[in-house]
Design a protein around this ligand. Sequence first.
Ligand SMILES: [Zn+2]
Length: 460
Amino acid sequence: MTASISDVRAMVSQAFPQSMHDLTQLVRIPSVSWSSFDPSQVVKSAEQVAELARGTNLFDTVHILRAMKSDSDELGQPAVVARRQAAQGKPTILLYAHHDVQPPGDLAVWVSEPFEPIEKDGRLFGRGAADDKAGIMAHISALRLLPELVENVDLGIVLFVEGEEEFGSPSFENFLKDHHALLEADVIVVADSGNWDLETPALTTTLRGNATFKLTVRTLDHALHSGMFGGAVPDAFMAFAKLTSSFYSETGSVQVEGLTRSIAQIPEYEDDQMRLESGVLDAVSLIGDGHVLERLWSQPSITVTGMDIPDVANASNTLLPSVSARISVRVAPGQSASDAFEAVRHHILNNVPYGAQVDFEDINLGESFSTDTSGWAAQSISHSLTTAWGKDVVEMGVGGSIPFISSFVSAFPTAQVLVTGVEDPDSRAHSPNESLHIESFERAIVADLLFLAECNSREL
Ligand SMILES: [Zn+2]
């Protein structure tokens, strides 16, 4: 490659109106992959992505494929797989993104229509604008420009755009098995994470795992009059509250024996920034101990994310016989999700008060991730990100989980897995008013293109 970085920026910028146009067309499709939503929209977005892949003229084959779900005899949502065979001795790079989206959530909170994208203050608002349709368009836009930038496209390319990531990728493991040869690659680039801030690129090097489950606590075989029995007979909510409070120390950090912590490299970051980014109310303190980023990246956390109890309007004066709750455990990198679940289960059985009965159901486990950044591909993508943004890349942890990444790692154990993305701290992925920072999107395309050009000139 002989082009300078300013040439590359100019190429991307010239093609950028088309990138934005194609992105908004994708955002207009409400491709929610949850089973309660219209599956034909996910089919429609798969078809549109396949069309975009064909339009690059780079691929030998472009398929829309499905696999059986692991836990039922149903087919999963459609994914797009496009493949170009590598020239002799050249690496194959798999570019991953997903075309499904989260449900829009509370429409009253959205300031614009979730599936009618609008540009405002340098951002594109819409469900999926950032997570992850901009990831797809970063890959597609870079691929379109690659033949202009390099003399011969010699590297192998796999474009893999999944359709059920937001629903927990139920057919992903089978998909990797069924289409192993089609997906085989030396490097896997996952564009589904974020950057450090609006000026600083990031490579995501660790992710927490998760263990979620439904917990039911029972103290009575039927509801009782709270006046006649309250004070002598334990109600299920009281037992539940005492039990869940035993998860936390006085400062709010998790104190469950057997849940481990790992070590993180922490870039400069102040508590005040966390206050600002999270919107925590003025008088409310942060929780936990250690550096605030260690609490997110390398320590476990436990959250009650939903409860089945009578709502306020229907509250009668009774002692509740049972309550159920969804519990979400975030697992530090390095600990397996099943070990973490066992530690929490053990803690619950040992700490449940008054001999209350407990039940565990709907257990869902996702593994953590940590990458070795010394490999050539990690070095090369760090270099591309630094060049594209004009600022050193930050290696960051992420408190969230992308469980399918560990499936990639076990299906392709020799491949280097690199996690990048287009999001920024204010993207509000999964929340109302999700948005994409448009300039970050453009830089992501530049970085993607530089990386592909570098891989193209590399011999394995
Ligand atoms: Zn995503």
